[in-house]
Design a protein around this ligand. Structure first.
Ligand code: ADP
Length: 187
């Protein structure tokens, strides 16, 4: 089963994705984590990605499409996975659709995390104090929210058409939201 987590930065995809992955025994593929690890390691990929990430901009598709393809082709992701942080652009969505389609697979569920913008900003600021991520500065937070609206929010219409989308209310405790997700996907 392939499940896609869609939502603005700070909407809780990472937290709920972790719970869901453990509960369902599925691997979670998180492009943000992979890119941050590449930055830490100082690899070519990391060097290329860092400036975009620090500014809160998307790492260009020319870099990310290859990374996504590599992840999807890994043996552990052949039968199912949870996608966190991608697809984020139309080209990424097309790559995911095509790769799964070639194997006779499709997304089973798209979970859209719906959280008001004031709450997103509040959460990212709180996290900035704890995690010290280089893209949790006020300017980068603003850019990340704008980029989400411009490049990623249009994917909502793309997936809504297919009837696999569920809206997850982002307000509530971590436990309440996990229970709601269980109800929405029926397992
Ligand atoms: P958030 O969604 O909270 O901003 P992520 O960890 O998902 O955090 O992403 C952090 C940064 O990593 C993004 O702002 C972007 O620069 C980069 N990134 C992650 N995933 C992608 C992707 N699929 N395409 C392009 N850039 C990405």
């Amino acid at each position: 089963m392939f499940i896609l987590l869609l939502g603005a930065p700070g909407s809780g995809k990472g937290t709920q994705g972790k719970i869901l992955a453990e509960r369902m025994g599925l691997p979670k593929i998180t492009t943000g984590d992979i890119l941050r690890a590449a930055v830490q390691a100082g690899s070519d990929l990391g060097r290329e990605a860092k400036k975009f990430m620090d500014e809160g901009k998307l790492v260009p598709d020319s870099v990310v499409l290859g990374l996504i393809k590599t992840e999807l082709d890994k043996p552990e992701a052949k039968e199912g996975a949870i996608f966190d942080g991608f697809p984020r652009t139309a080209a990424q969505a097309q790559l995911v659709d095509q790769t799964l389609g070639e194997r006779g697979q499709r997304l089973s569920h798209v979970l859209l995390f719906d959280v008001p913008e004031e709450e997103l900003i509040r959460r990212m600021r709180a996290r900035a104090a704890q995690e010290r991520r280089s893209d949790d500065t006020p300017e980068a937070i603003k850019t990340r929210l704008q980029v989400y609206q411009r490049d990623t929010a249009p994917l909502v219409a793309h997936y809504a058409q297919r009837g696999v989308m569920h809206r997850v209310p982002g307000a509530g405790t971590i436990e309440d939201i996990a229970t709601e997700i269980k109800r929405l996907i029926g397992r």
